[in-house]
Design a protein around this ligand. Structure first.
Ligand SMILES: Cc1cc2nc3c(=O)[nH]c(=O)nc-3n(C[C@H](O)[C@H](O)[C@H](O)COP(=O)(O)OP(=O)(O)OC[C@H]3O[C@@H](n4cnc5c(N)ncnc54)[C@H](O)[C@@H]3O)c2cc1C
Length: 544
């Protein structure tokens, strides 16, 4: 059957960009469908107060790239852009410890500890990972806190995907392609403005549109930005061996015309939540009925908690450096990183308040009100400075705390009483801890030792809901369709030429920032796709 293109890749984040490049290199015609916009250094917002260019909520006229989704058990943070989460991410890239390959539903499916190192090496090279060379005042404060807790030996500068100035080189200077032997774009070096997470306006962060996706487009891959995939169904045979029809609509103007693209194969790379939602809807509406019933199971976060220490009135500027500059390990399971937003980006300050310890629920809310009252009575100026958003990024070390302890949620489509118009994506399962006692104790002790005030988010205190930028799983790898959605090569059970290559295939709790692992797994999945024109036996035949 003739199709418009060979492969359609849905989503242009880590998994999608790797897939687009490797498929294009193998000689396939590739079309990438991306619902976010294409950004350039000069169009990115200057601060988080520019919500129209920062937040993604098109129905409210907010056409930025940073999305917040609220679920019963967790609040998730995402990037929507050409380049996916890389436009807004903190560019810290860490390989997980080898033990993760022995946990979760991927354990024993492949000799991971032998296979994966070469893919991690490729991912690190392609993304330009190196050690942070611009530690700032926030990192110095994290070190001081670690020292106060006897943890200074665990302090490390992060590994980041940033181009730093060399010895004697002016920060912000232009360099001809430093990564791909002249095939890539010219770049600029980091100015340590702390702005990685609102989009790098200096072209120093190695976003995917500067590496994988850039090279994919050079090899002919077509990227359709501001385009949302809304339906995927087999063209002929029910297992998709004759190809697929992918229906799309404009993402910023939902009244715009729908278009159908046909292809031989589909790669889902719409992120953990995006791919789950799309696949759950396709299973629910009968477009892809053979999808595993395990879809939506084993959704994990890094059990993150966003806390911090604020130094009201400090003359130091804690906003300088790269977004995530350093980290310390509190114990085997708990990792804390020093995070910052650029000067002038104080919106997060609106959600920040003084930290309160103790059991979650109404008692913690009362304890928080009491602590706030006490502080106002004893240190009114400090309290006022602490609560005002102005100078938040100059005065605060945000602490991103992650735990590798096992816990998981389910995602399902459900009709809710407050939304009779259709089914909504919801979470089910046990609460994700919003409160990591070890991390809070570290912040309190660290704040005392360094003259700051320990801080936490209002969402955690009022609703006891964890916030995660690292939603993973939901279409996990497994031995059989009863346990997972894909096999160890990321091929979807029940369908031919259909893969999932994004955070939804992560099948254990990594305990570290996930993007490097997603990139390496996409490299792994793509390494099994034959060159164009070379036929593969197909999943079903292979299994037989
Ligand atoms: C503020 C922030 C900071 C972060 N910092 C780090 C960090 O320092 N290190 C780290 O490792 N990770 C970090 N992360 C997490 C990281 O961004 C994600 O783990 C990563 O981007 C996930 O990669 P992915 O390939 O699964 O999908 P994504 O990179 O999320 O890409 C998915 C893409 O698919 C698109 N899409 C979704 N649905 C559709 C559809 N129906 N049709 C068309 N397109 C669709 C989306 O618009 C998006 O662009 C951070 C995240 C946030 C929000």
């Amino acid at each position: 059957m003739r199709t418009d293109t060979d492969y359609i890749v849905i989503g242009s984040g880590f998994g999608g960009s790797v897939s687009a490049l490797r498929l294009a290199e193998k000689g396939y015609r590739v079309t990438v469908i991306e619902m976010g916009r294409r950004w350039h250094p000069e169009t990115l917002p200057r601060s988080t107060w520019d919500v129209r260019h920062w937040i993604w909520r098109p129905r409210l006229g907010l056409n930025g790239f940073f999305n917040i989704r609220f679920f019963r058990h967790v609040t998730t943070l995402h990037g929507h852009a050409v380049g996916g989460g890389s436009i807004t991410y903190g560019n810290t890239l860490i390989a997980p410890p080898p033990k993760v390959w022995r946990q979760g539903t991927w354990a024993g499916l492949a000799d991971w500890e032998h296979i994966m190192p070469r893919h991690f090496e490729t991912a690190r090279r392609m993304l330009g990972v190196n050690e942070n060379r611009e530690p700032g005042e926030a990192d110095a404060r994290l070190m001081a806190m670690a020292r106060a807790c006897g943890l200074e030996r665990t302090y490390r500068r992060t590994e980041v995907a940033t181009l730093f100035a060399g010895e004697g080189e002016q920060p912000g200077a232009e360099r001809p392609d430093p990564y791909f032997g002249g095939e890539g774009p010219a770049r600029r070096t980091c100015t340590a403005c702390g702005g990685c997470m609102i989009g790098c306006r200096y072209d120093a962060k190695n976003t995917l549109d500067r590496n994988y996706l850039y090279l994919a487009e050079k090899r002919g891959a077509r990227v359709l930005a501001e385009t949302k995939a809304i339906d995927i169904r087999p063209l002929g045979a029910a297992d998709g061996r004759d190809g697929y029809a992918v229906t799309c609509e404009p993402s910023l103007d939902r009244l715009g015309p729908k278009r159908v693209h046909t292809c031989r194969g589909v790669v889902f790379a719409a992120s953990s939540v995006g791919t789950q939602e799309l696949l759950l809807r396709m299973k629910d509406n009968g477009s892809l009925p053979r999808l595993s019933d395990a879809l939506g199971n084993d959704v994990r976060t890094n059990a993150e908690s966003l806390i911090g220490v604020r130094y009201p009135g400090t003359s130091d500027d804690l906003s300088k450096g790269v977004a995530i500059g350093s980290g310390v390990h509190l114990d085997e399971h708990t990792h804390v990183q020093a995070v910052r937003y650029p000067d002038g980006s104080g919106t997060l300050g609106l959600l920040t308040t003084v930290m309160t310890l103790g059991a979650p629920g109404p008692r913690r809310i009362l304890a928080w009100l009491a602590a706030l009252g006490r502080m106002m009575a004893t240190r009114p100026i400090t309290t006022a400075r602490m609560l005002l958003p102005w100078r938040f990024s100059r005065e605060t070390v945000i602490l991103l705390c992650m735990q590798s302890l096992e816990s998981s949620l389910k995602m399902r489509l459900k009709r809710r009483w407050f939304w009779p118009f259709g089914k909504l994506l919801v979470t089910e399962g046990d609460d994700v801890p919003a409160f990591i006692p070890e991390a809070n104790a570290f912040a309190v002790k660290g704040a005392e030792a360094t003259g700051g005030v320990a801080a936490t988010s209002l969402i955690e205190i009022l609703f006891n809901i964890s916030i995660t930028a690292h939603c993973m799983g939901g279409a996990v790898m497994a031995r059989t369709p009863s346990q997972g959605v894909c096999d160890e090569k990321c091929r979807v059970f029940g369908y031919e030429n259909m893969l999932v290559c994004d955070g939804s295939v992560l099948s254990a709790n990594l305990g570290v920032n996930p993007s490097l692992t997603i990139t390496a797994l996409a490299e792994h999945a793509m390494s099994y796709i034959p060159e164009a024109g070379v036929s593969s036996p197909g999943r079903t035949a292979e299994a037989a």
